[in-house]
Ligand binder design. Sequence first.
Ligand code: PGA
Length: 252
Amino acid sequence: MIQPIVIGNWKMNGNLLANETLLEALLSSLEKLEDVQVAVCPPLPYLAQVAQHLKDNPVALGAQTLNEHEAGAHTGEVSAAMLKDLGCQYVLVGHSERRSLYGESDIAVTAKFAAAQAAGLAPVLCVGETLAERNCGDTEAVVARQLQAVVDTLGIEALSGGVIAYEPVWAIGTGETATPDQAQAVHAFIREWLARHSAPLAARLPLLYGGSVKADNAAALFAQPDIDGGLIGGASLSPNSFANICRAAEHR
Ligand code: PGA
C-alpha cells in the first residue's frame, strides 16, 4: 500500500501576507487529516517563511526547482543543499513549465534529479505529453523517453525515494483534466514500465497525477488503482479547495 501524497505547487504566486493567510487556513483545515502526506512548494524566496509556519506540522516543504551544481558561479540559482538547509523534503524536477519555458532538456532534468537525491531530497520527476504528442499517439513514447533519460544515466534504483508525477501538458492550468480513465491508462503504463526494470520499486513508487485537479474531480482520479495522489497547481492556492483535494486522497 502506497501512502497517498498531495503536493501543492504554488508556482510564481504569493507574497508574505497572502502566504501567511493561506497557510493558517490550510493548516487548520488539515488538522484531522490522516494517512496522506501533504506538501507545499512555494516560490524560492518564501521557503524560509513557509518552513517557519510548518514547524511541528506534518505538512512537508518542497521547492519548485533547483540547480544541478553544488555551489559556485551560478548567479540566481539555488542548490539542493540550500533547499535541504531550509527544510525542504521534496523538489519538483522537470515540470513541463521548466521544460518548455526555460529549455530544460532531459539531460538537465536528469542532472537536477541526481543533485536532489544526493542531497537527501525526494525529487518529484514530472513527465507528460503535449496535446500534439497525444494526438499523434505518442503519449507512451514521450513518457517512456522522459523516464528512460533518468534511468539510463542514474539507474533504476535512483528512482527509489523519489516520486513520479504524470502531468499531461494539455491539462496543466487549462481547466481540462484528463479523465480518470485517461490518467489511469498512463499511470498503469508507467507502473508497467517501472516493473520491467524493478518490480519491487514499481510496487512502492508513488505516482501522482497533475493537471487541473480540483476539489470536484480529485476523488474520481484518486480512486484509480495506479494514482497515488496529486500535484496541484491552481487549486493549491485556495485553502478550501486544496484541503478538500487532500481529503479526497484520505483512505483511498
Ligand atoms: P494545475 O497545475 O493544477 O493548475 O493544472 C498543475 C501543475 O502544474 O503542477
